[in-house]
Design a protein around this ligand. Structure first.
Ligand code: UT7
Length: 335
């Protein structure tokens, strides 16, 4: 039995900065509302078709692989988490295998939205723990901006989301007191439609149906969110799944050196911080700069925290996420 350890981290965000004032030029919103409700000051939007979910993921992955000190050919498996794939199918995992020129290893796509990265590292962790694989590349990447309703109708959703990618290399660790100690995953499909993009889907309404209906008021191909309901569930589930992870390892909230929550809303992170009585140094937030980048948010934040020296050897690092599905999860890591 082994543990898995994060040995390399990287992220990539597009250069194009979109401020709250920029958004107020295309929809009825304002900087004060967005900052007060979400903490977001700006986000990145892809500016050209050169930047796709896959290409950004590849850029982040190259950095993570280099920092892990391995060669791309040492990668045994790829996990790619996204809700915004380049194609309806195949998913971006195989595109990464192609674009990085990795040998024909397995590539798995994860569809767990904001919890995608935590689900991804949980899967990778099990493969490494069992001894099946040694080095696994886990990517979270999203292009939201091309699929948002950038009018006043969509403002409660479209001001929140941003584009970007993050990646991690997980490698075998012989010392089972180090690395990923445990992961905890949950879902509650009863609330699937509370935060969702409902069409097109093969099940009910495909693209051809939408074209045929030709309804200018149809917003079904934009994401919808019951914001207050999602918020209320998020604070409860974040708290539960962090406690679940700590309890499993006989740890207390006071043992946390760094909590890296999914960057959904600064108010959610602040609620959790207060609930667990954590200091500003114990919680990492960067939603102010990037908005909510869904599956990319934790790897981007974790990379920045690590680059800034805020995640150090021996630290107890906790990752936690909640989002569409509903799905939620946590990872307890001894760095
Ligand atoms: O990452 C996955 C998980 N996602 C989350 O955890 C998100 C959870 N939810 C939230 O973060 C918050 O619910 C939002 C930030 C989405 C919304 O904040 P809220 O405080 O729940 O606002 P609300 O939806 O209740 O809207 C309050 C008012 C409404 O106007 P009235 O009805 O009071 O006149 C909205 O029409 O704010 C209005 N509004 C806006 N005003 C300016 C909604 N969006 C905007 C906007 N700019 N962008």
């Amino acid at each position: 039995m082994y543990n898995s350890k994060i040995t390399g981290l990287g992220y990539y965000v597009p250069d194009n900065v979109v401020t709250n004032d920029d958004l107020s030029k295309v929809m009825d919103t304002n900087d004060a509302w967005i900052q007060e409700r979400t903490g977001i000051q700006e986000r990145r939007h892809v500016a050209s078709k050169e930047d796709t979910t896959t290409s950004m993921g590849v850029k982040a992955a190259k950095i993570a692989i280099e920092r892990a000190g391995i060669d791309k050919d040492d990668i045994d498996f790829i996990v790619f988490a996204t809700l915004s794939p380049d194609y309806y199918f195949p998913g971006p995992g195989v595109l990464v295998q192609r674009d990085l020129g990795i040998k024909t290893v397995g590539a798995l796509d994860v569809r767990n939205q904001c919890s995608g990265f935590v689900y991804g590292i949980s899967v990778a962790d099990q493969y490494i723990k069992s001894g099946m694989y040694k080095n696994i590349l886990v990517i979270g990447s999203e292009v939201h901006s091309r699929g948002l309703d950038m009018t006043t109708r969509g403002r409660s959703v479209s001001v929140i989301f941003g584009d970007g990618a993050g990646a991690a290399v997980l490698s075998r660790e012989e010392d089972t007191t180090k690395g990923i100690l445990s992961t905890h995953l949950h879902s509650e499909g009863q609330h699937a439609e509370e935060l969702a993009l409902l069409a097109p889907g093969m099940g009910k309404r495909w693209v051809t149906d939408i074209i045929e209906e030709n309804n200018p008021n149809d917003a079904s191909y934009f994401p919808v969110m019951n914001g207050q309901f999602v918020f209320k569930n998020a604070v409860v589930r974040f708290s539960e799944v962090i406690m679940e992870g700590l309890s499993k390892n006989n740890l207390e909230p006071t043992d946390i050196n760094m909590l890296v929550p999914h960057q959904a809303n600064l108010r959610i992170a602040q609620f959790i911080q207060k609930k667990f009585n954590l200091s500003n140094d114990q919680v990492f937030n960067n939603i102010m700069k990037y908005g909510n980048t869904t599956a990319a948010s934790i790897p981007i934040a974790l990379t920045e925290a690590w680059e800034q020296g805020k995640v150090k050897k021996g630290d107890l690092v906790v990752l936690a996420a909640f989002g569409s599905g509903f799905t939620w999860g946590s990872a307890i890591i001894r760095w």
